[in-house]
Design a protein around this ligand. Sequence first.
Ligand code: CP
Ligand code: NVA
Length: 300
Amino acid sequence: MSVRHFLTLLDLDTKELNSLVSRAVELKAIQQRGEIYTPLKNKVLGMVFEKSSTRTRVSFETAMIQFGGQAIFLSPRDTQLGRGEIIEDSARVLSRMLDAIMIRTYEHDKVQLFSEYSRVPVINGLTDLYHPCQLLADMQTFVEHRGSIAGKTVCYVGDGNNMCHSFINAARQFEFKLHIAAPPAYEPDADIVAAAGERVAIFHDPREAVEGAHMVTTDVWASMGQESEQSKREADFTGFRVTRKLMKLADADALFMHCLPAHRGEEVDADVIDGPQSVVWDEAENRLHAQKSLLEFLLT
Ligand code: CP
Ligand code: NVA
């Protein structure tokens, strides 16, 4: 069988994704019981980071160590990747030494091209277009707190960015309804929205979008690489903050999630992210368990 990659949530089918999430719940229990489980002994994951990371780096590295393998952190600053060695050659060389490669970069085309020349699984650790690993953890978190997400309504408030695009794919694959509230100039990619058909609805008023939602989520207004647009975006996103008042319009049992890092007082108020409906710390922890499940699926 040809090698499987995980560049977007569309690389796995619904059944595979649901079993990945169930397995993540089991792997978490195994870890919490203190059982040693090392299915990836002697396996090595390469991690290419062209952007900063706390959660993604530490969760993948910890996952490999706990699984009996190793992870190598590769920064473009200290490798030939940062000196213009082409992606095709880098992919051919790295994939002859490593067992899997995780990449965090800007252009999604780069991970796509890398995967075409890689003999081993390539995992998207975030691009400008998608952040699929985060969604595995988010789905696990919902399932742990509320059971299946199929048929439920999720509301994403904010920028039509990589997180928003991965939520759109998640709505397709995990079969929930997604309401997106974004300012008109910051709507998600029209093709990605169109491909999701009835699963996605776009709003310009967060109060309408959030109505009846079983989960409310948001993300930063200026993503990595958009730092120079910070003040313009702060003005353009006025009214798109997740406040307690907004949460009250959602389902009474609605969960709040955020991929983190968060900016309290910008996209979310402190009394929401630090409040009783927030599950952001479970969500962050689940990056570890969900990615262990992904690594086990791709490598064993
Ligand atoms: N949510 C997330 O991917 O966090 P990091 O940027 O810290 O990896
Ligand atoms: N949209 C954010 C997500 C960070 C995990 C960014 O790309 O910076």
